[in-house]
Design a protein around this ligand. Structure first.
Ligand code: 5OB
Length: 232
């Protein structure tokens, strides 16, 4: 069973994690997702979680202590933990990382806002022998916070856990489409009934019943699409 904890100042923003595939995976006890409000770890009247940056500059930085308290509250020394800190300055998330995360026992997602989390949080937990800290980005664009990034990582990772997907055949096909350098060979185009839609025919080879020819055509199409994407 994979335990997933998320810490955020907008816990409601993460409620889609209880829907659909992940909701079912929780009902089947394949994973357990818990969402925590960072502000529960503050005592001042304003429940403040941020402060001005040392050294000056625009924006605010998230204070370390609420994060420390929140993480300590959901872990113990015997627990092997992978702490994932979402930041645009992190390592770019990919399918290889999804595969690694899918095999872990306890993932904690620190969803920061503002200009980021005090750097000592990652440093402190990286120094603990039962923690592994990962700073992860989902791509080169700006987000308001780490919540959506965490959901992307959780969706990509949990669907690789045996039993989470209804049809494991689709996982098998996918694994063939991942090449050695982790780049995914883009899928071939898909068609279903009707054979003619608004004047457009389904490619004839797909109606031929010749499985060798079909496999060859699909590979050609996938390679053509992949090369086209590289040129853009
Ligand atoms: N942009 N990945 C790309 C991200 C990001 C912003 C984040 C977190 C992960 O938080 C502001």
């Amino acid at each position: 069973m994979l335990q997933i904890d998320l810490i955020s100042i907008f816990p409601d923003y993460l409620t889609p994690l209880n829907l659909s595939l992940l909701g079912k995976a929780q009902e089947r006890s394949l994973i357990k997702i818990a969402i925590h409000d960072l502000r529960d770890q503050t005592k001042d009247v304003h429940h403040s979680v941020d402060d001005t940056p040392y050294g000056g500059g625009a924006g605010m930085v998230m204070s370390p202590e609420p994060w420390g308290k929140a993480i300590d509250a959901i872990t113990n020394e015997k627990d092997q933990v992978d702490l994932i800190i979402l930041t645009p300055a992190g390592k770019r998330f990919n399918q290889q990382m999804a595969m690694e995360f899918s095999k872990k026992s306890h993932l904690i997602f620190a969803c920061g806002r503002y200009e980021g989390i005090d750097a000592r949080v990652g440093q402190y937990y990286a120094g603990k022998n039962n923690f592994k800290v990962h700073e992860v980005s989902i791509g080169d664009y700006v987000l308001g916070g780490g919540e959506v990034a965490a959901m992307v990582i959780i969706e990509a990772s949990t669907r690789l856990i045996p039993g989470v997907l209804g049809n494991p055949e689709s996982l098998k096909e996918e694994s063939h489409s991942i090449s050695s350098d982790d780049l995914i060979l883009v899928e071939y185009p898909n068609y279903t009934k009707p054979a003619n839609w608004r004047g457009i025919d389904v490619p004839e080879v797909l109606l031929s019943g010749n499985h060798g020819q079909i496999a060859k055509w699909r590979l050609e199409q996938a390679e053509r699409r992949t090369n086209q994407l590289k040129q853009e």
